[in-house]
Design a protein around this ligand. Sequence first.
Ligand code: OGA
Ligand code: MN
Length: 213
Amino acid sequence: MTTPALYNPELLDRIADDLYANGFSIQPEALSPTLCHDLLMALQHQPLRSAGIGRSELHRTNADIRRDSIAWIEPDDTATRDWLAFAAELQQAINRRLFLGLFSFESHFAHYAPGAFYKTHVDAFRGESNRVVSVVAYLNPSWQQSDGGSMVLYEPGDQGETLAEVWPEQGTLAVFLSEEFPHEVKPALRDRYSIAGWYRINTSDSSRVDPPR
Ligand code: OGA
Ligand code: MN
């Protein structure tokens, strides 16, 4: 028995080539409708916590910046295991093409209620984080542009021009270098469901000099 493909086999190389050439890649219809549907079901069984409001001062400040609710993804059902398997294959493809030495992956489900946003930010600051590549996957079927909720990706720098406006349509995948590209999530009229993930390098090794041969 064969299981239907979760994604197009050429997809991984296309993403790695785009990352190499441009630092980002936007791929509509990257993930199969079945996988997205199953991930959406899995998300709806998760206890989501507000990413914006917490105990610390830092977290209170975050509420002005982001208003999504999140749940970290663990391999606890078929859909999340398939997602993590996909992420592991993408990790290999990126490492083969860019020699980035990505070694771990973490991701969370995110729910943006109507009106929720995530203001312009970068996912990692140079030298302060070991997040190297960001991945966002979108789960809502039949998204209309009139629903709002796009992710806007900006050129590197403070006053960057818009590089891409990504609509959160089911199956679309956005991949970009975490330190380089400011981006934001615009408020939507509908509930908006996505997965955000990050590949890390091993910082315990990154400060060491390679041993001589
Ligand atoms: C994030 C993020 C984008 C999106 O969680 O850091 O930028 O479109 N998410 O959900
Ligand atoms: Mn982000």
